[in-house]
Design a protein around this ligand. Sequence first.
Ligand SMILES: C[S@@+](CC[C@H](N)C(=O)[O-])C[C@H]1O[C@@H](n2cnc3c(N)ncnc32)[C@H](O)[C@@H]1O
Length: 510
Amino acid sequence: MDQRLIDLLRADLTTAGYTVERVRGLWGEMAEAALHRSNRVVAIRALDAREGTEGVEPVATLARLFILGLPADVDAVSRALPTLGADGAVELGLLSRFDDRGLRPALDLRPYAWVDANGSGAWWIASDLGELALGHELGEEHVLGVGGASMTLSGIILPERVGSALDLGTGCGIQALHLSRIADRVVATDISERALELAALNARLNGIDSIEFRLGSMFEPVTGERFDRIVSNPPFVITPRMEGVPNYEYRDGGLVGDALVESVFIEAARHLTEDGVAQFLGNWEYRARTDGLDRVADWVEHSRETVDAWVIEREVQDPAEYAETWIRDGGTRAGTAEFERLAAAWLDDFASRSVTGVGFGYVLLRRTDSPTSLRRLERLHGHAGSNSAGLGAHLAVCLAAHDWQVALDDQALLRERVVLAGDVTEERHYWPGDEDPTAMHLRQGGGLARSVGVDTGLAGLVGACDGELALGAIVDAIAQLVEVDAGELGDELLPRVRALIDDGILLPAV
Ligand SMILES: C[S@@+](CC[C@H](N)C(=O)[O-])C[C@H]1O[C@@H](n2cnc3c(N)ncnc32)[C@H](O)[C@@H]1O
């Protein structure tokens, strides 16, 4: 792509003020919410109404073309892109002509604002037009824009600075752009040449020059190389491998069942430096006699190098729900004959492996030489907490706290001081009229919004963790109060204290 044209595009988007806020201001919250449900009517009406009063503003033309997927005439385009011009936009592949004066979008191009642990900012992201703009189902070579899964993954990236990072299956390049914020050097790979072109366009458009783009399948373009961080939103969707079922490059890895995710588990560590971390999303099948997380545990054991593993399962869908989700995602509507044909294909495929459910979750693997590697595979379904700068910062705190506690034996831990994290509250439930609570929970406001049941002893200990007293002194005081042996109480409480440290509920006092 012509780099000079991309620079002109950037200048025009900046001049027009093509930002998330301005666009939202053009059409309002209701239109924004409707667009998330694939309804652009509210936004179109809002733009039409503005045109009557404000004339055609450049930012409105950009939003009409590149978000709503509607055509515009050459005069409006020339005003919206004054330095690139309509010809430049056509040459860049952003627009196509359909008659003397009409231009229609050939790409989706929208502002994207982000906040991470290191700051905030905004980019523009180009991708292929979605169904709404196309008016029909997506093509198999579709290059995806920034979706829910993309934002989930970028949100969990650990914020620590690293030397090198790999984005496997970069698509429009969104993870690579985020990685460029923490890594000196980023390699972004994809099996799709077109995805790499769009990702390179996005990097240039946003003034980022630390990303190298490489074509190829899975880890093949980085054979023999290691990275401090690997991030991937791989094509993990489970799709029947049969004639007549579309195989979308952006989501289907082309393998049977969850074999592609299994391969990422097995291969990733071979491309990590010592202490390097891989973070990815995945689906895993539950089968008639095998729990999904047990299968994942097995994949971890088959990793090519020793790893710490932290897997957080966020939901499990039954086979019918899963099939519906992904058939709809491809643009086929429920109630049509095509939908029913595809749903049957999905159910046959699941039945052939006795699949009873499909788990979805976040994976973190860390290469380690330690003989006592972390194995934390947990189910945390439901909403995460409030993490304005992303969940990644919380995961980093938990990992560091885990490393700290696991290096201390019980005696050493009792000499340490810890503090209760600022987002933790205690809930007590009483039978009406009772003086003593029937249930007590520590509730995390941020992080993963954990709720941990506690008894009076642990609640008393946690309540005294203000960083002043060592854990041993707190245990002694509680033992005296309730007249039990301090050693026995310590033995009972310490494993649970360690678990609260791993959860980021208790933190080492600094
Ligand atoms: C779900 S999209 C993720 C895109 C982007 N990284 C994100 O987070 O939004 C998966 C990407 O993997 C790519 N892909 C599919 N099969 C692949 C393979 N065998 N090797 C590498 N990339 C592949 C697709 O082209 C697509 O861009």
